[in-house]
Design a protein around this ligand. Structure first.
Ligand code: SAH
Ligand code: SF4
Length: 390
């Protein structure tokens, strides 16, 4: 099903981030369908309903996802009557950019506002050989990993498909990435590592990623997409079988006793079940490995013994290890491991055959680094949160 405009964002002009540019929609008229939340099948259906031939769907798709257009009037091969018809029923939206910050290291963080006023963040991280967009899957997070700023945010709701693809579209707009086939792409990778637990919003995340990976549009290869989960075991297999994207696991501890505290979902899906699910992740090979994320917390999980336990735990699984120096936030109660501790831990990991395991923190000066994302959106009722997590 396609989202209608009352479920999604209502700004059409990508250039203009001024709030005055919001197209408020007359609620008395039938809601407009937001095409940024529609996959190719949805668009076929929409086009059919409007009495147009099927090939129109292909044309519109390419304008949206290959060329980044937001106005039907600019779709030059559609013919005037069609161009006049489409905006009566359809809309192509962007989230509103409420703020945009650029770090001294080139990282860009966008705070994006959606139609209901809630906000989420997307972060672009440029590197010499790639440009990675870190995408959010929820407003806040229902989980409460004790070291994560997002986990302290009170409001939680799933993002819609349009709100997830909208983060990518905003980044493509701002980075001058249209047409998506141009040489020297700056946005080459996507990581579902922003706010929220993507496997608690699997359907929307999967649909959004399929749209972004479509060869007729942005065409990002599944090898360049990574989904990070805290360990929602039942959905891990699905993610591999249906999407085939890379898997990252927020491990952070090598025994249940500590992981129960740091990553509380471990009480529901303990390490043994998590490791087993990863061992069976479809398509794993030396070219396609599981990434194990391990936040380095001073005096908590950073001993040499834990480094050895980590290597042992994942033995036999094609793996990369990502040691993430803890990114501090006000009132966390944790501290980043000392540099020599991180080096000693990393040396054990490297000796076991895992190259360059330390992830350099990026965008720290604008609170854009892992686990620092948080917006001020307000709390939902408990029943609504329950509906999301059930
Ligand atoms: N919810 C998903 C994806 C988002 S978090 C997950 O937990 O996997 C992205 C990564 O940042 C996760 O590995 C998370 O554990 C880590 N992280 C969270 N808070 C952090 C912090 N303060 N410092 C460093 N890494 C953190
Ligand atoms: Fe949620 Fe991931 Fe943060 Fe845990 S680490 S609270 S799962 S966003």
């Amino acid at each position: 099903m396609c989202p209608t405009s009352d479920q999604a964002d209502i700004v059409t002009d990508a250039e203009n981030t001024d709030t005055d540019s919001i197209n408020t929609i007359d609620t008395a008229s039938p809601p407009l369908i937001d095409l940024t939340g529609c996959d190719a099948d949805d668009l076929d259906e929409v086009v059919k309903t409007l009495g147009l031939p099927k090939f129109r769907a292909k044309q519109i798709w390419r304008w949206i996802w290959r060329h980044g257009l937001t106005r039907f009037d600019d779709m030059t091969d559609l013919g005037k009557p069609v161009r006049a018809l489409l905006p009566q029923h359809l809309i192509i939206t962007r989230p509103v950019i409420t703020s945009r910050q650029k770090s001294t290291d080139g990282t860009i963080k966008w705070l994006l506002r959606f139609a209901d006023g809630n906000e989420a963040e997307a972060v672009y991280i440029p590197d010499a050989d790639r440009g990675t967009l870190c995408v959010s899957s929820q407003v806040g997070c229902t989980l409460t990993c004790t070291f994560c700023h997002t986990g302290t945010q009170r409001l939680v709701r799933n993002l819609t498909v349009a709100e997830i693809t909208g983060q990518v579209l905003i980044a493509m707009d701002e980075l001058g990435e249209w047409p998506a086939t141009h040489d020297g792409r700056r946005l080459t990778n996507i990581v579902m590592m922003g706010m929220g637990e993507p496997l608690f919003n699997y359907e929307n995340v999967a649909k959004a990623l399929r749209i972004i990976m479509s060869g007729e549009g942005i065409g990002l290869s599944k090898r360049r997409v990574t989904l990070s989960t805290s360990g929602v075991v039942p959905e891990i297999m699905r993610c591999g079988a249906e999407l085939g994207v890379n898997l990252a696991i927020s491990l952070h501890a090598t025994n249940d006793e500590l992981r129960d505290v740091l990553v509380p979902i471990n009480r529901k899906y303990p390490l043994k079940t998590l490791i087993e699910a990863c061992r069976n992740y479809p398509g794993l090979s030396n070219a396609r490995r599981v990434t194990w994320e391990y936040v380095m917390l001073d005096g908590i999980n950073d001993s040499d013994a834990e480094a050895r336990a980590l290597v042992n735990l994942i033995k036999g699984i094609p793996s990369k290890i990502n040691l993430i120096p803890f990114n501090p936030w006000p009132g966390s109660g944790y501290e980043r491991s000392k540099d020599d501790r991180i080096d000693s831990f990393a040396a054990i990991v490297m000796k076991a055959g895992y190259a360059s395991p330390i992830r350099t923190p990026r965008g720290e000066d604008i609170l854009a680094a892992c686990g620092q994302l948080k917006t001020t959106s307000e709390r939902l009722r408990k029943s609504q949160i329950k509906a999301i997590t059930d």
